[in-house]
Ligand binder design. Structure first.
Ligand SMILES: [Zn+2]
Length: 106
């Protein structure tokens, strides 16, 4: 599933680390794997009329506590999730919009 990354400095094969960053174990060069998914943030723009649906979506997708989900909704607009893979961020936006909110991927 993961492609083999090679050090551009010494050509050694590199194990892929989390968040697309690795350090070459042979020469110590820091590498950024361009094949790694870009990490996104999701911004809640407008809460809409269905706050309780929205809380359910937040708890389900972002694994928030009830209190944290309520607080994010009360302080909207604002970033509600960071460091998400793009496909997960897009799924979250779709779920938020399904609950009557407006949201965007950053
Ligand atoms: Zn190297």
């Amino acid at each position: 599933m993961l492609g083999v990354l090679r050090c551009p400095n010494c050509s050694a094969p590199i194990e892929q680390a989390h968040a697309g960053r690795s350090v070459c174990p042979y020469c110590g060069v820091t590498l950024v794997d361009t094949a790694a998914p870009a990490l996104r943030a999701v911004r809640l723009e407008e809460v809409g009329a269905h706050k309780y649906k929205l809380i359910a979506v937040l708890r389900d997708h972002v694994k928030l506590s009830l209190g944290d989900a309520k607080r994010l909704i009360e302080t909207a607009p604002g970033i509600i999730a960071e460091g998400m893979e793009e496909r997960l961020a897009l799924a979250l936006v779709a779920a938020l919009e399904g609950a009557g909110a407006r949201a965007s991927v950053r």
